[in-house]
Design a binder for this molecule. Structure first.
Ligand code: KIV
Ligand code: ZN
Length: 515
């Protein structure tokens, strides 16, 4: 690997999915993985196969589908984890096993209850075990950012000797400061005698808002892989955001001696896809992918940009995939036009049935709103690939009556595990009434943690995209629905979230259970 290549390791589907409420089903994960592959992400961390049968199957499905990126599976430094990862990754054209164990004093003592020597031994044997299945093995000393430097050097030297080809330095708790983290990478590379035998990677969390800063400081000091996520999703405050890291190195070629292989024009569509699947909205002022990232409000700025774009813009909006809110299709557009428009957005369907379902949904929508924009197509595509086979609950119909001076009333018909049930309720508003009516036929104790509505395009006939987050017995899930009728969108979002509770509740968390 030449020095001028920065490897992008995307962990949206693993660390990103560890964001409370961001769990995704298999179809959604495959869809995101395909988009990442198209964007030319080098390594896709597809999940933690030992966590649950659902995680295992999702990693396997991604391994079967993705051809051009390396597919990676996470494992603790345990034989059963490594075996599960190896098995799930079997179909992959190119695979990597990522194994980790904590090396900081606090994690070893309080979490693992192991001595440093035991941790060292376990790290070596995990890497050796992983090498039995693939010659592409990544090792992470978890919480490296708070580990003792000399011990870290011992573990890294030994794991490279044992066969690790990538050494990933995680700032697991987002504690480091850029100058310090950059210096850590430099000293590790200089001190460890066999450091030239592995690629050094970094994995930074954003607890102090420094994940991207720390990652870039590491790159300036010799790291050649960055682990990151779309929209900065991830455990707690998230991980370094892929789009920010990628655009920083590309825009500042005067500072960085390396660049990624990414097709950055797919950044915005991928960001929107991840946001719509997870229900995590993108803040308008988010760098690169926020709706205001290239908007100029002040007259002076607008005037400057009109005279010369470079006065206030350091990147071109189209280079990261922003397009004008283009009207691309109308009521009379046909199936081939839909296919073509979706392909231009980087979306292709596996089967003709999926395309037919998307076309039906497009026709329904075109009847309601006449003008269909790119944003609408992204929503249609996202709905189309949602796997209805996994659904225990499905809304059949809803009726809501809201009249001045009267409490709104709702009646819903829901398919509950194959049986049609009717529920009625009144509420403080139409959405409240419909939620109560649904709750009356799906008795599941949950609490609503978030309810938000976003318009997909402008105009009162826009699709309203509703996201809800529900909590039940410590588990948090999110659900999404989109419709020109926001009460219907709200009902579908609620049912989508309830369905997710029935999937995979007993997953293991990679970092909660010690070795
Ligand atoms: O944050 C972390 O340390 C991790 C490891 C598993 C790499 O996610
Ligand atoms: Zn992490």
């Amino acid at each position: 690997m030449s020095d001028d290549r920065l490897i992008i390791f995307d962990t949206t589907l693993r660390d990103g999915e560890q964001s409370p409420g961001a769990s995704m089903n298999q179809e959604e994960k495959v869809r995101i993985a395909k988009m990442l592959e198209q964007m030319r992400v080098d390594v896709i961390e597809a999940g933690f196969p030992v966590a649950s049968p659902g995680d295992f199957e999702a990693v396997k499905a991604i391994a079967e589908t993705v051809q051009d990126s390396t597919v990676c599976g996470l494992s603790r430094a345990l034989d059963k984890d490594i075996e599960a990862a190896a098995e799930a990754l079997k179909p992959a054209k190119s695979s990597r096993i990522h194994t980790f164990i904590a090396t900081s004093p606090i994690h070893m003592k309080d979490k693992l209850r192991m001595s440093p020597d035991q941790v060292l031994e376990q790290a070596i044997s995990a890497v050796k075990k992983a090498r039995q299945y693939t010659n592409n093995v990544e090792f992470s000393p978890e919480d490296a950012g708070r580990s003792d430097f000399d011990f870290l050097c011992r573990v890294i030297e030994a794991t490279i000797d044992a066969g690790a080809t990538t050494i990933n330095i995680p700032d697991t708790v987002g504690y480091n400061i850029p100058f310090q983290f950059g210096d850590l990478i430099k000293r590790l590379l200089e001190t460890i005698p066999n450091s030239d035998k592995a690629i050094f990677s970094v994995h930074c969390h954003n607890d102090l808002g420094l994940a991207v800063g720390n990652s870039l400081a590491a790159v300036l000091n010799g790291a050649r892989q960055v682990e990151c996520t779309i929209n900065g999703l991830g455990e707690r405050a998230g991980n370094a955001s892929l789009e920010e890291v990628a655009m920083a190195v590309r825009t500042r070629r005067d500072v960085f001696t390396c660049d990624t292989n990414l097709d950055t024009t797919l950044i915005v569509p991928t960001s929107k896809l991840v946001s719509s699947i997870t229900g995590f909205p993108i803040q308008p002022n988010k760098a690169i992918v926020g709706s205001n990232a290239f908007a100029h409000e002040s007259g002076i700025h607008q005037d400057g940009v009109l005279k010369s774009r470079e006065t206030y813009e350091i990147m071109r909006a189209q280079d990261v995939g922003w397009t004008e809110n283009k009207l691309i299709m109308g009521k009379h557009s046909g199936r081939a036009a839909l296919k073509d428009s979706l392909e231009k957005l980087g979306i292709s369907f596996e089967t003709e049935e999926e395309l037919s379902a998307a076309f039906r949904r497009f026709k329904e929508l075109a009847d309601k709103k006449h003008e269909i924009f790119e944003e609408d197509l992204l929503v249609i595509a996202s709905e189309t690939t949602t796997d209805s086979a996994d659904e225990n609950y499905r809304l059949i119909s809803s009726f809501v009556c809201s009249e001045t001076g009267e409490a709104p009333v709702a009646k819903v018909v829901v398919n509950v595990e194959g049986e049609e049930r009717t529920g009625e309720a009144s509420g403080g508003g139409p959405v409240d009434a419909v939620y109560k009516a649904i709750a009356s036929v799906i008795p599941m104790e949950t609490s609503l943690e978030l309810y938000s509505v976003n318009n997909i395009t402008s105009g009162t006939d826009s699709l309203g995209e509703v996201s809800v987050r529900l909590e039940r017995e410590g588990h948090v899930v999110s659900g999404q629905g989109a419709d020109t009728d926001i009460v219907l969108a709200s009902a579908n979002a609620y049912i989508d979230a309830l369905n997710k509770f029935t999937l995979d509740l007993n997953r293991e968390h990679p970092q909660h259970s010690g070795v």
